[in-house]
Design a protein. Structure first.
Length: 174
């Protein structure tokens, strides 16, 4: 399986990095990081990342045949561009390719509260088959710390994408 993970400039960019770190080893992984995500990652995690301006990268083509694209977190700017068909950087181009090729695309919008415009954009994308899955806490998993809550988010995203995992306590489990 090939998976593209894009990290946009919303707070919580480290969730995208943890998502890719927890993927099964047999997945072929491709990471895109926006300029604003670099700033967030540097401030929140002190990580140095590569460019998002490489619009000619392999993942920008439908012939590359990726299976899954996930944008974690997805800024409202990135969400709006995708909803309007704007593909002006590698992140939005990869999302555009996923939509046109009818591949799995997961967006994890990270802003609260959502404006009416953002909700309209999410509805438009959801109607196209895009998975809209903000990192919303599920307290039935009884998280003891931030890492367990992050594992819940990542586990739920994996579930939505058909990736086997046991990252969180499921409803009814002891």
């Amino acid at each position: 399986m090939k998976i593209v993970v894009a990290v946009s400039g919303a707070s919580g960019a480290n969730l995208g990095i943890k998502f890719i770190e927890k993927l099964p080893k047999n997945y072929e992984k491709f990471l895109i990081v926006s300029e604003n995500a670099k700033i967030v990652l540097k401030e929140e995690n002190n990580i140095e990342i590569f460019e998002n301006s490489d619009i000619a990268a392999s993942v920008s083509s439908g012939s590359f045949k990726t299976d899954i694209t996930a944008i974690i977190p997805c800024s409202m700017n990135t969400l709006a561009k995708i909803a309007c068909g704007i593909a002006d950087n590698l992140t939005t181009r990869a999302a555009s390719v996923a939509i046109k090729e009818r591949k799995k695309l997961l967006l994890a919008p990270r802003e609260m509260p959502f404006s009416s415009i953002a909700l309209e954009n999410m509805l438009k994308l959801s109607n196209l088959g895009v998975i809209i899955a903000p990192p919303v806490a599920g307290f039935y998993s009884d998280p003891k710390n931030l890492e367990e809550m992050e594992n819940f988010f990542i586990g739920k995203w994996f579930d939505l994408l058909g990736i086997e995992n046991n990252l969180f306590k499921r409803w009814g489990e002891e």
